[in-house]
Design a binder for this molecule. Structure first.
Ligand SMILES: Cc1cc2nc3c(=O)[nH]c(=O)nc-3n(C[C@H](O)[C@H](O)[C@H](O)COP(=O)(O)O)c2cc1C
Length: 161
């Protein structure tokens, strides 16, 4: 059966993005992560960001319950992490892969940039919920970004620290 949304999805996919993992603490205390490309910076003062979560993803209840989340921007050599956290019920981050900063959300130790965020509002938006949060702490590193365009991965230019 053909997908009635394919033309719209094809048009949306012309917008090239980076790729990040959003992370939070699940109800069982374990880290939960999901691959996202809907991340956007919103405001500098106060520092606000957003991303959108699809209602039917299995991590939806965890992100609705959590009062904080991390955004972990992936490097080009971390495509395997994007693939892993786009799967149903992936292995949670291993203890040596993440650290806790201010909010309690799991922050990937090794990535291009990381933001530790406290949720300030959630907005209903069709089959997604927009998650707006304040950045309490962040870090940026050197490297090449993982990009996503027309359902394919690509490598962006090198940035120095
Ligand atoms: C590059 C990429 C970007 C994605 N961006 C989002 C996103 O912004 N929001 C979202 O809810 N799902 C996004 N997804 C899909 C989720 O990663 C995927 O649906 C989820 O991890 C699957 O979980 P589930 O099968 O356990 O429900 C993206 C997937 C990929 C590969």
């Amino acid at each position: 059966m053909s997908d009635p949304y394919k033309p719209l999805k094809d048009a949306f996919s012309r917008f090239a993005t980076g790729v990040a993992l959003a992370g939070c603490v699940g109800p069982d205390g374990k880290p939960v992560a999901i691959t996202v490309n809907s991340f956007a910076s919103v405001s500098l003062a106060p520092p606000l960001v957003l991303w959108c979560i699809e209602r039917r993803t299995s991590s939806f209840p965890a992100f609705m319950r959590a009062d904080s989340y991390s955004i972990n921007v992936l490097r080009a050599d971390q495509q395997h992490l994007s693939e892993r956290y786009a799967l149903r019920a992936p292995e949670p981050f291993a203890p040596e892969e993440y650290e806790i900063w201010e909010t309690g959300a799991p922050v990937l130790k090794d990535c291009l940039a990381a933001f530790d965020c406290r949720v300030v509002s959630r907005h209903e938006a069709g089959d997604h919920v927009i998650m707006v949060a304040e950045v309490l702490k962040f870090r940026a590193a050197a490297g090449r970004p993982l990009l996503y365009f027309a359902r394919r991965y690509a490598t962006g230019p090198e940035i120095e620290e």
